[in-house]
Design a protein around this ligand. Structure first.
Ligand code: ADP
Ligand code: MG
Length: 243
């Protein structure tokens, strides 16, 4: 059994939509302070897994534990420890940046004064302190994503789920967001599961879990993946494994 430093433990999870198996016996772990890339082509089941971990869907079989709390049996305790940025942007564009974060704080029952301080510090972290009163609508795609990230971090999660968080963002902002999340992961000993179909985003991860067609096809270090497929680089190894 995994020790107490295992922040996320997914065990033999299955989920079907009709006859399609979106998740087929998926097991994976993310430790405290570990940045794990969940690398898979479109349709691999990444978002389905995230939706189950966020309590939006119920798995057909299997289990997921966040800090030891079962997402099915103890959802409140599990969800309280989790921050998530979904694939689909989910800011209210007409609200100010600060109001978007305040709404999240209210949902979690964080007292107003505490919330104010947390919002200021989360926005400052991403260089958005000056933008707090701007409508989300006037921000660039990259900055909107950073606001969503700041919102996910407001409650000090022990597990951060990022679902294709950099899609549609310019390369510089993309690299900045990845670097920010990696720094946070190490500083705060936070577990990060970073879903992507982009090999370059997985390259610097502590560990890579490759998913295709609902199954985990590989779990280990980048160099092991390259060696296992007898390829020259990660892109080729990923293609060979998932073709
Ligand atoms: P990924 O995020 O890796 O691209 P998804 O989890 O979105 O993969 O999808 C996995 C599979 O499940 C796909 O074949 C997709 O068409 C199917 N699927 C996902 N969500 C639904 C849904 N709500 N209803 C029916 N099929 C779905
Ligand atoms: Mg997806």
């Amino acid at each position: 059994m995994p020790g107490p430093s295992v922040t996320l433990n997914v065990i033999a999870m299955c989920k079907s939509f009709g006859r399609r198996k979106a998740l087929d016996q998926v097991s994976l772990q993310v430790g405290a302070g570990e940045f794990v890339a969940l690398l898979g082509p479109n349709g691999a089941g990444k978002s389905t897994l995230f939706q189950i971990l966020s309590g939006l869907f119920i798995a057909d079989q299997g289990q997921a534990l966040v800090c030891g709390f079962d997402i099915g049996a103890e959802p409140i305790a599990a969800l309280a420890r989790l921050g998530v940025v979904f694939q689909q942007p989910a800011l209210d564009l007409d609200l100010s940046v600060a109001a978007n974060l305040q709404f999240q704080a209210d949902l979690h029952g964080i007292a107003r004064l505490d919330a104010k301080q947390r919002i200021a510090s989360c926005l400052a972290r991403f260089g958005l302190a000056e933008r707090s009163q701007d409508a989300a609508r006037v921000l660039s795609g990259g900055n909107r994503r950073k606001v969503e990230l700041a919102r996910a971090l407001l409650t000090g999660p022990q597990l951060l789920l990022m679902d294709e968080a950099t899609v549609g963002i310019d390369p510089a902002s993309r690299m900045q967001i990845i670097a920010d999340v990696k720094a946070l992961c190490k500083e705060q000993n936070m577990a990060v599961l970073w879903a992507t179909h982009l090999v370059d985003e997985a390259e610097g991860a502590d560990r890579i879990v490759v998913m295709a067609k609902g199954k985990v096809e590989f779990d280990g270090q980048s160099a092991q993946l390259i060696a296992s497929q007898q390829c020259a680089n990660l892109t080729d190894a990923f293609m060979r494994l998932t073709e």
